[in-house]
Write a protein that binds this ligand. Structure first.
Ligand code: SF4
Length: 449
């Protein structure tokens, strides 16, 4: 059982030095018990106390990493039921299903969609992370060949799906170095799958057939066998039951601090419906609550893109505005005579302005100034988007090397800065653009160098 705040307090130095970020050891102990602080924040905990506190300090939902390198996926590690309480930590991974019973052309098509369906948004690349390779044939050699093909064609993270430990071993023979997720240990094959997970140091998924109590029994056996990286499949395959399971698992792990269910989950929307659009809607429900890995029966742009955007939005820290990277953005292939516009790096501002410039079809340079993610008016009021801040950025960003003219269009909402900017940038003519993004296309069509 995890320690209470008072039990933790007894193990702390009780000097109230405040170096952990809160004023007293008691406050730190309470935060630790609630999973809102890390033990490492106190530099004065004794080694003996550290080992006793390790259980209390462990996150209530263990983070699990699947894969290696840049494409590795970390799931779990969540500390709250609701995003507004703090934030969600690790976005769920999307996996495409590939089976060794599929025709080669179908496999090739899915692998192609997996690598091609990726999107740039807010300076981020949105894309799926995993390929789930399923043993439907029962033939170890066939399974191994398909796993090898997936590995050779992509640097994705892999899920190996089979109920037969021998076939899983065949798959691991070719991709163990990618640290795939082994799916799944069940009550029938637990020992064999646990041996594989230990031998190859890979995370393992556990699937129950008879509810969450069985799931907890299976994870307890695995942790007793020394396996820490576990992913949960409740075994349910109806939307209602899987949804209920996700909420109960999250609640039991966070609120009741029940360790056997303190792991990320895996869900299969494709096994809950035959309708691809319904599958996408179900997947969206599990992006919000509380899928760790979401395996889709296939990827199509029209359903994957909204899911990627929903995931990005839900896993954005609500206390920190989404920001675009500072820099020069080229829209519609600008040249040395194209207009130069400047705006803030609040992502919504960037999207609206860049979208309107694109719609205008006028080749343009868009300067995005770092305003810590604040919108034009808010950053102006906070002194982050004023002449003193914009001018140094315009000088150092390199736009002078890209255009022959020296004309800078500023948002209409900061027209009051035009005088200050003319002083700070004496070589530039400051032009006041429209207040609203919708008026940008008409404005640009009349712009002259
Ligand atoms: Fe107490 Fe350690 Fe925090 Fe200092 S840093 S107040 S000793 S818990």
């Amino acid at each position: 059982m995890p320690l209470t705040g008072i039990e933790i307090f007894k193990l702390l130095p009780k000097t109230n030095c405040g170096e952990c970020g809160v004023p007293t050891c008691l406050a730190f102990a309470m935060n630790l018990a609630a999973g809102k602080a890390a033990l490492g924040a106190c530099p004065y905990v004794s080694e003996e106390a550290k080992s006793k506190l390790a259980e209390a300090a462990a996150p209530p939902i263990i983070p699990v990493t699947i894969g290696v390198g840049d494409r590795a996926l970390k799931v779990g590690g969540e500390t709250v039921m609701f995003r507004h309480e703090k934030r969600f930590e690790n976005p769920p991974g999307f996996a495409i299903l590939i089976s060794d019973a599929m025709a080669e052309s179908e496999v090739d098509g899915r692998l192609e969609r997996f690598s091609q369906l990726q999107y740039e948004r807010v300076g981020l690349t949105l894309r799926p992370e995993l390929v789930a390779v399923k043993d439907d044939s029962g033939d170890a050699k066939k399974f191994e060949t398909l796993v090898n093909k997936v590995k050779q064609n992509s640097d994705c993270s892999i899920i190996l799906m089979s109920s037969n430990p021998d076939n899983l071993a065949a798959g691991l023979k070719v991709c163990a170095d990618r640290k795939p997720l082994i799916y799944a240990a069940t009550k029938e094959n637990l020992d064999g799958v646990a041996d594989l997970a230990k031998e190859h140091s890979c995370p393992v998924a556990v699937r129950a057939t008879d509810g969450l109590a069985e799931l907890a029994e299976l994870t307890t056996k695995l942790t007793e066998a020394g396996i820490k990286d576990i992913v949960l499949d409740s075994g349910s395959r109806t939307l209602r039951q899987v949804f209920e399971d996700q909420v109960i698992i999250r609640n039991t792990a966070l609120v009741k601090k029940f360790r056997p269910l303190g792991f990320p989950t895996i869900v299969f929307p494709g096994e809950m419906t035959d309708d691809p659009m319904k599958e996408a809607v179900i997947a969206a429900a599990f992006v919000a609550k509380y899928g760790g890995i979401i395996v889709l029966s296939d990827f199509q742009g029209e359903s994957l893109f909204p899911l990627l955007v929903a995931r990005m939005n839900i896993y954005t820290d609500p206390q920190r505005p989404l920001a675009t990277t500072e820099g020069i953005y080229e829209i519609n292939n600008p040249d040395e005579n194209s207009p130069v516009l400047v705006t803030s790096n609040f992502s919504l501002t960037y999207f609206i302005v860049s979208g309107e410039v694109e719609t205008s079809k006028v080749p343009s340079w868009l300067l995005i100034k770092d305003t810590e993610g604040l919108s034009v008016m808010t950053s102006w009021a906070a002194g982050k988007f004023v002449a003193d801040a914009i001018a140094p950025f315009v000088k150092k960003c390199g736009i002078v090397d890209k255009v022959k003219h020296h004309k800078l269009v500023i948002p209409g909402y900061i027209a009051a800065e035009s005088g200050g900017l003319e002083e700070e940038l004496p070589d530039w003519e400051i032009m006041v653009g429209p207040r609203e993004g919708a008026h940008i296309p008409a404005y640009l069509k009349t712009w002259k160098p």
